[in-house]
Design a protein around this ligand. Structure first.
Ligand SMILES: [Cu+2]
Length: 147
């Protein structure tokens, strides 16, 4: 009888040890995950490149379009966001963001870093001044959706 009693208490302690151990393990695992996502929230970096579409129609006409890629980005309202644009196609893209005083130039082979912070929700157009005027077949416009 006494022998059985000792075995049961050992099983009980083993059970408690497993429960405590897994609580410690999982709580340790969960806490840093939450900290990481909170850190990411305050330092959002969006990467963009300049690209080019080019084709020839069946009657021999050449069509070209420069573009911001990705063409649409979604960023949070009232948060610091860094927009990094690397120039791939096209020598130079002088740009401005409609409704703001943000402007600059993206050059081939160079990175242009643009700090963004929008207080108002809405869709803001990133417009290339060279490739968006009348006479150009396709305007080079990107869309910044602030939500
Ligand atoms: Cu352009």
């Amino acid at each position: 009888m006494r022998f059985i009693f000792i075995r049961k208490s050992w099983l009980f302690f083993l059970f408690v040890a497993i429960v405590m151990g897994s609580l410690y393990y999982f709580s340790n695992d969960v806490v840093p995950t939450f900290q990481n996502s909170a850190e990411k929230d305050t330092n959002i970096v969006i990467n963009m490149v300049t690209g080019e579409f080019s084709t020839t129609t069946s009657d021999g006409k050449k069509i070209e379009a420069y573009r911001w890629d990705p063409g649409t980005i979604v960023i949070p309202q009232d948060k610091d966001v860094t927009l990094s644009i690397i120039g791939v196609n096209g020598e130079e893209h002088p740009f401005y963001i409609e409704g703001t005083d943000i402007k600059g130039t993206v050059k081939k082979g160079e990175e242009t870093v643009i700090p963004l912070h929008f207080k108002e929700e809405g869709t803001y157009r990133l417009i290339c001044d060279t490739h968006s005027h009348d006479g150009q077949q396709v305007p080079m416009i990107g869309y910044i959706v602030v939500d």
